[in-house]
Design a protein around this ligand. Structure first.
Ligand code: PGA
Length: 251
């Protein structure tokens, strides 16, 4: 049985001090999540990773990006061994903002996913179509390519650990969420694509989340369906009471 996952993506928000203030209030939220078997995660900025890792217990703390090489002359980058050294074991890969602003291609995502899995870490791989692609009815074509190119040639057991997030680009930060019907249709399609690549045993193990303008008042409509394993939440994960409200809406 797959567990439900509530994952916050803080993007370029919160200083260390603000992250620490958030961390201080989390024990009661973590307790609630544990009682209801929900996995909690937060991806803060690099600078707040260690703060949150040390300041919380029972929350997966994830990086928002990694470099696929261990070290070298790559100014501005952070490597997997650096993250492991502070106890981080999960990283977002291929978020649409990185695809748009930082030239994150499927090929690059694949290199990062391979490196993470080789280091026994969990990639949270984001896929999704732009508004133009959605209007041209190309969603499945785009998402299929992202899944195939990003997740090809992986060890089967390692693949089971991968988390995929379907995030239509047009719904991120816009308040225009994809309807639960669209989310269910595309998430089922992603699972079928993974099944074609790795078989049913693997595809049934992979967690697939929905992301894009998820709020406390709409999260239940997604997670009520057993095809959707959780949510990746930006804006509504920033305030601790909103994060708590997201959780209480799904338990
Ligand atoms: P949003 O962001 O919830 O603010 O739309 C989601 C995301 O980018 O992961």
């Amino acid at each position: 049985m797959r567990k439900k996952i509530l994952f916050g993506n803080w993007k370029m928000n919160k200083t260390n001090e603000e992250a620490l203030a958030f961390a201080k209030v989390t024990p009661s939220i973590v307790k609630l999540a544990k009682e209801h078997d929900v996995i909690l995660g937060i991806a803060p900025s690099y600078l707040a990773l260690e703060t949150l890792k040390k300041g919380t217990e029972g929350i997966v703390i994830a990086a928002q990006n990694v470099h696929y090489l261990d070290h070298g002359a790559y100014t501005g980058e952070v490597s997997i061994p650096m993250l492991k050294a502070i106890g981080i074991d999960t990283a977002l890969i291929g978020h649409s903002e990185r695809r748009t602003y930082d030239n994150e291609t499927n090929e690059k995502c694949h290199l990062k996913i391979v490196s993470l899995l080789q280091n026994d870490m969990v990639p949270l791989y984001c896929v999704g179509e732009t508004l133009e692609q959605f209007n041209a009815k190309k969603t499945k074509e785009i998402v299929e390519t992202q899944v195939i190119e990003g997740l090809k040639d992986l060890d089967e057991e390692a693949m089971k650990k991968v988390i995929v997030a379907y995030e239509p680009v047009w719904s991120i930060g816009t308040g225009l969420n994809a309807s639960p019907e669209i989310a269910i249709d595309i998430i089922s399609f992603i699972r079928k694509t993974i099944e074609k690549m790795y078989g049913k045993d693997v595809s049934e193990a992979v967690h697939i989340l929905y992301g894009g303008s998820v709020k406390p008042n709409n999260i239940h409509s997604y997670l009520a369906n057993e095809e959707i394993d959780g949510a990746l939440v930006g804006g509504a994960s920033l305030e601790v009471e909103s994060f708590r409200a997201l959780l209480t809406a799904i338990i």
